[in-house]
Design a protein around this ligand. Structure first.
Ligand SMILES: C[S@@+](CC[C@H](N)C(=O)[O-])C[C@H]1O[C@@H](n2cnc3c(N)ncnc32)[C@H](O)[C@@H]1O
Length: 234
């Protein structure tokens, strides 16, 4: 059994994602009732990549969150530290660097890129899994060009108490069971639920962005706050 705990030890997190890589995208569609596709589209719109720009999609996993940027004419570096997730992405796309997406193995806490490399940086459903969120936000700032932007797409909290309670019941009860039936790895999805419940709410994450040096920080909720998009500029 491989699952991470809330201390998010990097080797546990990477091994957990290695273990669910083959069914990762299918499970997402099932447990979100297909909403994940709409959330990804909203993130792409928020990044607003232009032709010729270089975008970092950090914690890109299988590259599902990366592909949409190519349609905008941007080049994307899909970076992750789970070799299992990267391998699944590379096999699916037919190469490590095809059609504008290049997969790179790297750790969010020590990014393998020079200062001021990217026009835009983004991270979808990844920041919650890193062991040191503030260090990851600083690293993202370091590799972004002056004036460049950051978009974070992450599970968040519903600001209406009783709806949030109902959602928590789904998170802690049905979600791991459904995901377990599809993936055969329910323990990994216990971690998903626990990590969402323990994640900072929207204002607190915004403060963390500001603390890391990001400017003009703002957020907006998707699906009533189940997911939030945070944005900042360098
Ligand atoms: C839930 S998946 C998200 C994948 C993709 N962004 C998506 O939207 O489908 C989280 C990813 O974060 C990656 N991750 C977690 N901590 C990381 C770190 N310190 N450095 C790089 N990747 C990390 C995991 O390996 C995993 O692939």
């Amino acid at each position: 059994m491989t699952r991470a705990k809330l201390d998010k030890k990097p080797q546990d997190v990477a091994a957990m994602f290695d273990g669910i890589a083959d069914r990762y995208d299918l499970v997402n569609d099932v447990i979100s009732l297909g909403q994940d596709r709409a959330w990804r589209k909203a993130a792409v719109r928020a990044v607003d990549a232009h032709s010729g720009e270089l975008v970092l999609d950090l914690a890109a996993g299988t590259g599902t969150s990366s592909e949409a940027y190519v349609g905008k004419g941007a080049r994307v570096i899909a970076c992750d530290f789970s070799l299992g997730m990267l391998r699944t992405g590379v096999e699916r796309r037919g190469g490590a660097s095809t059609g504008g997406v290049t997969f790179v193995a790297g750790d969010a806490l020590h990014l393998p890129f020079a200062d001021e490399t990217f026009d835009a940086v983004t991270i979808s459903f990844g920041l919650r899994n890193v062991s040191d969120v503030d260090q990851a936000l600083s690293e993202l700032l370091r590799v972004t060009k002056a004036g460049g932007r950051l978009v974070i797409c992450e599970f968040s909290h519903i600001p209406v108490g009783f709806v949030d309670k109902l959602y928590s019941t789904y998170l802690m009860g049905a979600l791991p069971k459904i995901a377990g039936a599809v993936s055969g790895r329910s323990e990994s999805y216990d971690y998903l639920s626990e990590s969402i419940m323990a994640w900072p709410d929207q204002p607190e994450l915004a403060r963390r962005l500001q603390g890391a040096g990001w400017s003009r920080v703002a957020w907006r909720n998707l699906s009533m706050g189940i997911v939030a998009l945070h944005r900042g500029y360098k």
